[in-house]
Write a protein that binds this ligand. Sequence first.
Ligand code: ADP
Ligand code: MG
Length: 299
Amino acid sequence: MKTLYDLGEFGLIERFAKQVHAGRDVVKGIGDDTAVIDNGGEEYLLMTTDMLVEGSHFLRTMMSPQEIGRKSLACSISDIAAMGGIPTYAVVSLGAPANMSVQFIEGIGQGINNLAKDFGVTVVGGDTVKNNRIIINVALLGKVKKDEVVYRNGARKNDLIFVTGPLGNSFRTRKHIHFKPLVEDAQFLVKNVKPSSMMDVSDGLAGDLGHILRQSQIGAVLFEKKIPLAKDATLNQALHDGEDFELLFTVNPDQAEVFRKSKKFKFYEIGKIVSGSALTLVDVKGKKRKVEMKGFEHF
Ligand code: ADP
Ligand code: MG
């Protein structure tokens, strides 16, 4: 019997993608940070969803209810940011045990709504069910100007590769809980340089850059000495670990000067797009090695 473990998370998603019938208004369906829909207006509609499950993503002893709530929305805002968009409306579905304290559930709601307020998001509905573990699902809409949307498939040879901040060790540092979704940074980028590709790093640099490379049908070189590492993080964590929620993007070298000088936002140049289909790392001694384009997967 073939199991989900055999397929892997992304093998499973590919299978789902084959089952889908794409409507005419769908500009981008499965495969990017959010779906992109042309509903006839001046802007595209963005849509994304994320699920947080007790036992898989968090333990009640690890995170306060406010933190659980905040994170459940923050992951989705990060995906809207990665498309060059602005988040707008959310629906929140919640599963919780009957013996849970009202205070705890209200804490989750506070976490969601405090962050929602900071980012101009309104929670407009949801669903509530009894379940023996806490499950939170946030579905979030956003909007993006048609000429500012950025996909994963636009990286071109000679483009430079950037990240917005240090990578790795996000569980120890608790950055996976307290990260600020980078809507402002992404807005600065799409309004000033128009990256050729962009996504948020949620599953490790190598795995996520792998998505950009496969979808753009191109290869890349990363320079170990240029990759910013978080406190006490190893290179291996930066490449293959999860939940940094920094932005990873590529730009044409002609455009890079514009924001290298930016005072407000910091961008780290970490590599270059090259022909082929492999991901190569140049280590601190100048030696090259191939890197597996694998990040965190649920199966
Ligand atoms: P991200 O890390 O940016 O949130 P994921 O890795 O979770 O993205 O998902 C990758 C793509 O697969 C997204 O376009 C997402 O919408 C899609 N996807 C994930 N799970 C499913 C599913 N069960 N059915 C359909 N599409 C899915
Ligand atoms: Mg994403």
